[in-house]
Design a protein around this ligand. Structure first.
Ligand code: PLP
Length: 340
């Protein structure tokens, strides 16, 4: 293991030893290459640079108490990347190629996988880009699939805690029939101004309503919304949100705990009725919501009345983390175990 001060690792980029790459040309994927270069040498007219032909994924590997390494929901991430490929006309990466490359890059950088006790993990970032030189707008015929990894610290350094959000109406992250459901960089570019505005106003993140009617809850920044009330787990059904794999996993765990799960349109006013709420995604699992302010209407939906994470979010969070670290059994086959 590398001499890294694991307790001070944040959520940023840290250089590791290797990344893996695979090129698509002449209608097929080539051999997997191992590289220790951090840069990509691509043509200045590459479609990813001009027309946003870029997709990414994000997943994590965890070192368990038993010393084994567990990659969480590798197949689900591979399938979602395939769905993104369909969405922006890129050739699909097979689940098998995705699996080979992810396991290879994790094995090659095993010295960067944080120890169990640190609460940190290894973030895995697959990236697919169109690289052929083009000026006209049409899909590329050459692509590069790269996967790099970087150690990331525990999201909650000072312990699991709540955050304030603000509804932003001035900017939309995605449109109902746009690319919000795909994991593409363009959605993030579209979110930068809203995010900056939220930070300027002193909030931890922006909160989006649906772009068409501004009536229903869409996403909380770059995370899915979940609300808890009456032993029910409620999450938005919308064509403009990214189908979070964490959300899907939490829904299963909620059912296992005897809760009802509802995926449906959630009107803004319903925020007043939740006992607990959170933003969910790979980075934090669940980031509990303290309150959501609607400055335009002068309303503040205070969810965590005592400012603390609620019991249901805490239980779901602990259960998912326990599966990821191998402390609890992997009943649904979510984990790829590597003996490295
Ligand atoms: C990646 C992402 C999420 C979370 O998805 P997970 O699979 O749970 O990590 C939520 N919203 C957006 C916009 C995302 O890009």
């Amino acid at each position: 293991m590398k001499a890294i001060d694991w307790s001070n690792v944040g959520f940023g980029y840290m250089k590791t030893d290797y990344n893996v790459r695979c090129r698509y040309s002449n209608g097929k994927w080539g051999e997997i290459e191992v590289s220790s270069e951090e840069t990509l040498n691509i043509h200045m007219a590459a479609t990813c640079l001009h027309y946003g032909q870029e997709a990414f994924e994000g997943l994590k590997a965890f070192r368990g108490k038993d010393g084994k390494v567990r990659i969480f929901r590798l197949e689900a991430n591979a399938e979602r990347l395939q769905n993104t490929c369909e969405g922006i006309l890129m050739p699909k990466v097979s689940v098998e190629l995705f699996r080979q490359m992810v396991t290879k890059v994790v094995e090659l950088n095993k010295d960067y996988i944080p120890p169990y006790e640190s609460g940190a993990s290894l973030y895995i970032r697959p990236l697919l880009i169109g690289i052929s030189a083009q000026v006209g707008v049409h899909p590329a015929n050459e692509y590069m699939f790269v996967i790099f990894v970087t150690p990331v610290g525990p999201y909650f350094k000072g312990g699991f805690s709540t955050n304030p959000y603000v509804i932003i109406r001035e900017y939309d992250r995605s449109a109902p029939l746009g690319t919000g459901r795909y994991k593409v960089g363009g959605n993030y570019a579209a979110s930068l101004k809203a995010n900056q505005l939220a930070h300027e106003k002193g909030y931890s993140c922006e909160f989006y309503l649906d772009a068409k009617e501004k009536k229903y809850i869409d996403e909380c920044g770059a995370a899915n919304f979940i609300g808890i009330k009456d032993n029910t787990y409620v999450t938005p059904l919308s064509t403009s949100i990214l189908p979070s794999i964490t959300n899907r996993s939490l829904q299963q765990l909620a059912k296992d705990m005897g809760m009802k799960v509802e995926q449906r349109a959630i009107p803004e006013e319903e925020l007043a009725t939740f006992e607990e709420a959170g933003a969910c995604g790979t980075a934090a699992v669940i980031s509990p919501i303290e309150r959501i302010d609607d400055l335009e209407r002068g309303t503040s939906y205070v969810i965590a009345k005592d400012g603390k994470p609620g019991p249901v979010c805490t239980k779901l969070y602990n259960k998912l983390r326990a599966i990821q670290y191998g402390d609890d059994p992997d009943t649904y086959g979510w984990v790829t175990v590597l003996d490295i």
